[in-house]
Ligand binder design. Structure first.
Ligand code: KIV
Length: 271
């Protein structure tokens, strides 16, 4: 029976050994194949797809069926990485039963190896019940995009002492409830470091500084797909958005001038 090369014990071992964990978002089979070739440890079928793939303003409209659809594609393309699927807004907050049912679908129908859910005290039982049911849970604290309206925008969290202490307390709670890992998003570096030192499970940061056990980025951001989106925490490794525009322009030019297709690009009659 085959499974991913990167397992949850392997991720835990990386923390113990002080080896950094790599995670990127991934929404389709082609990218999953490429990211496997790059030996990325974990692929996150994030509800960020609502923004970068579907064009919504935030992640709230994403449905469970949409995550399952994208997750299946990622699972078909990957054989190496640990695949985590996001539970979308309002598919787990209502009750532990709702969380177990929907998280179960992400594993059964989506082919995910684990699920991610946002929040602390309010979803403690959801984390516990899913973990007890054999569904690995990755927590998510700090800037939690599903609470965008409560936060008043996608804003850094934990900047004052009271907020920071609340996030630290909730991080301990998430671990105690049975989560195997925790995403820390949009928090000051010192808080990311403190939580990482306090927890025995691996932390994975996005905009959480240099000292978390791993890092995650939205793949479209890393590739520079949107030339106008440059938050401080993103490093662009390419300007692929501009390259795509240039390639499409060159193609249109060739078609208009009769340069595409040429005689090597057509099927010629034989015999
Ligand atoms: O949905 C997502 O892509 C995420 C990451 C930003 C961590 O949750």
């Amino acid at each position: 029976m085959s499974g991913p090369s990167i397992t949850i014990p392997a991720l835990q071992q990386k923390k113990t050994a002080g080896e950094r964990i790599t995670m990127l978002t991934c929404y389709d089979a082609t990218f999953a194949r490429l990211l496997d070739r790059a030996e990325v440890d974990a692929l996150l079928v994030g509800d960020s797809l609502g923004m970068v793939v579907q064009g919504h303003e935030n992640t709230l409209p994403v449905t469970l069926d949409e995550i399952i659809y994208h997750c299946r594609a990622v699972a078909r393309g990957s054989s190496h990485a640990h695949i985590v699927a996001d539970l979308p807004f309002m598919t787990y907050q209502t009750s532990p039963e709702q969380a177990v049912d929907n998280a179960g679908r992400l594993l059964k129908d989506g082919g995910a190896h684990a699920v991610k859910m946002e929040g602390g005290a309010s979803i403690r039982e959801q984390i516990r019940r899913c973990s007890e049911a054999g569904i690995p849970v990755m927590g998510h604290l700090g800037l939690t995009p599903q609470s965008v309206h409560k936060m008043g925008g996608h804003k850094v969290q934990g900047k004052n002492r009271i907020q920071a202490e609340k996030i630290l307390t909730e991080a301990r709670m998430v671990e105690e409830a049975g989560a195997y890992s925790l995403v820390l998003e949009g928090v000051p570096e010192a808080l990311g470091q403190l939580i990482t030192e306090e927890l025995s499970i691996p932390t994975i940061g996005i905009g959480a500084g240099r000292y978390t056990d791993g890092q995650v980025l939205v793949i479209y951001d890393l590739l520079g797909m949107d030339p106008d989106f440059q938050p401080r925490f993103v490093r662009r490794y390419m300007e692929l958005g501009d390259q795509i525009v240039d390639a499409a322009k060159a193609y249109c030019d060739d078609v208009k001038h009769g340069h595409f297709p040429n005689d090597h690009e057509v099927f010629l009659k034989t015999g």
